[in-house]
Design a protein around this ligand. Structure first.
Ligand code: COA
Length: 470
């Protein structure tokens, strides 16, 4: 347990343990967790819906999500345990390496993250663009590409990946009518070992290696906080070396050191958003990596996918919704009218969870925690959120299995930490870099380029019409 770091925030630990106890008593937690997963014997049969729903694309030991029972674990550790006892530094190490760090490993890792916080070249490049006029996620994506320049020599000819080392499997060569191979040849390719890339310069690291993952985990927060400042027409703050990952992130956003409670709350939100199965942004990052592009391009693609309103972005809309509702007394009528108009209420429902999202079980109490910084209208916002939740769960919980998701209370938490709504989705990305990189690294151990197929339902043999005759 990270007791030194959590000394000033034991009430937060208690609050998380209480949320865990509630979840456990509701879902019979211990019996629900499988002891270990099963190894997959490729090729496998699975029912696939549109958008690859239900498709199993790879094996993973990074994280487990069970939407029916509301379970989430990273590398075998339950999310409630990690939030109560760990830190983002430990959790990101765990995701990347598969085990909790020893004291020595943790110290070395933390030192590395502190070193990589400093992004002077990247910030200089970023500031030469009109960041204040850009969508924050677009600026972040650009920032990761500038980070790539800071770190990698991969654009030099001799450092490019050798395609002979890789598994080439673009099945465009297979006629659409042919049943997918997925047979012995595919398995052979899947198992083929990837050789390491040649480095053209010993001091520069491989842009698809572990070091690049550390660089991104440490550097994306600096870019994000700088974007937040630049959007306000202000200069970025220089990172502070004596602060934890979360405390430094808070500092770079707000220009003051956080209290122990603020640091801990931000740390917990970072842990909660670090990984979540094969969601769209993780898959996007993995697809890009599978072409032997590098981890910077992969993370940039994860950011692009997260930008969509069906993925990230709901937390910002939750805040606007709560402000639109206006007051706790208006919640009932507002929910009734929205449901009558068939509107989807932001922050409710989930593609995977058909019960309480375990992350919402933690974020709810954090949003309401009395000792967290409080703007004037915040109590009103919290009471409104509680009433809206009560009405939505009362109307849709039992039949449609609609409950609060991770985004419902995260916006309120971020607001209490002094963060501008436009930066909510970027903050999600800051944390998710750990999950994206961990899953990409894992997948690259047995890389096979992603290549699903589309079922052609168009026409054939149309006579060509000349331009003038169309
Ligand atoms: C997340 C989401 C896309 C999941 O979609 P899904 O599992 O495919 O669920 P569906 O869109 O098929 O909805 C199933 C039913 O629940 C209803 N429903 C789902 N989410 C709802 C919401 N937030 N508010 C009101 N009704 C909702 C749908 O209208 C649908 O009703 P119907 O069966 O009468 O048509 C969806 O719940 C949503 O849009 N939520 C709001 C946005 C949000 O919070 N996104 C962040 C997710 S982390």
């Amino acid at each position: 347990m990270n007791s030194a770091r959590h000394q000033g925030s034991t009430e937060i630990t208690e609050l998380i343990l209480e949320a865990a106890a509630n979840a456990r008593s509701e879902i019979g937690f211990v019996d629900k967790q499988p002891a270990t997963g099963k190894a997959v014997n490729w090729p496998i049969d699975c029912n696939i819906g549109p958008g690859l729903e239900g498709a199993i694309a790879c094996e993973s030991k990074v994280g487990y999500v069970n939407g029916t029972d509301g379970l989430l674990s990273y590398r075998g550790y339950d999310i409630f345990e990690l939030c109560a006892h760990s830190t983002y530094e430990e959790v990101s190490f765990l995701l990347l390496h598969g085990h909790l760090p020893t004291r020595t490993e943790l110290y070395a890792y933390e030192q590395k993250l502190i070193r990589y916080r400093h992004m002077n070249k990247t910030l200089r490049l970023l500031m030469s663009f009109p960041v204040e006029e850009m969508n924050a996620m677009a600026a972040m994506r650009m920032g990761t590409i500038f980070m790539r320049r800071e770190f990698s020599d991969i654009d030099q000819e001799q450092a490019k990946p050798d395609f002979n080392d890789a598994i080439s499997a673009d099945e465009d060569s297979i006629a659409m009518e042919t049943k997918p191979h997925g047979d012995s040849r595919a398995i052979y390719e899947f198992k083929k070992k990837k050789k390491r890339r040649k480095k053209s310069s010993p001091e520069l690291d491989d842009a698809s290696g572990l070091e690049a993952c550390y660089h991104l985990i440490a550097g994306v927060p600096t870019i994000t906080a700088a974007i937040s400042r630049l959007r306000q027409g202000l200069m970025p703050y220089e990172p502070l070396n004596d602060l934890s990952h979360a405390a430094n992130l808070f500092y770079m956003f707000n220009g003051r050191r956080p209290t122990a409670i603020e640091e801990r709350v931000l740390d917990v939100t970072l842990i909660l958003h670090a990984d979540h199965g094969m969601n769209a942004s993780t898959f996007a990052a993995m697809v890009v990596a599978s072409t032997l592009s590098d981890i910077y391009f992969s993370v940039g693609s994860g950011i692009a996918a997260l930008n969509g309103p069906l993925h990230g972005g709901a937390n910002e809309r939750v805040l606007h919704t709560l402000r639109e509702v206006g007051s706790p007394e208006r919640a009932k009528a507002w929910v009734k009218r929205s449901l009558k108009e068939n509107q989807k209420i932001p922050g409710f429902g989930h593609r995977v969870y058909k019960t309480y999202d375990p992350r919402a079980r933690i974020l709810g109490p954090l949003a309401k925690y009395r000792c967290l910084g409080c703007a004037v209208d915040i109590q009103q916002l919290i009471n409104t959120a509680e009433n809206v939740e009560h009405e939505v769960v009362g109307s849709l919980g039992k039949d449609k299995k609609i409950f609060p998701n991770v985004d419902y209370y995260s916006g309120v938490v971020y607001t209490r930490l002094g963060i501008d709504p436009a930066m909510f989705t970027p903050l999600f990305a800051v944390s998710r870099v750990a999950g994206w990189t961990a899953r990409v690294l894992e997948y690259m151990q047995n890389n096979r380029i992603f290549r699903p197929r589309a079922l052609y339902t168009g026409k054939f043999n149309l006579p060509f019409t000349n331009l003038d005759e169309r």
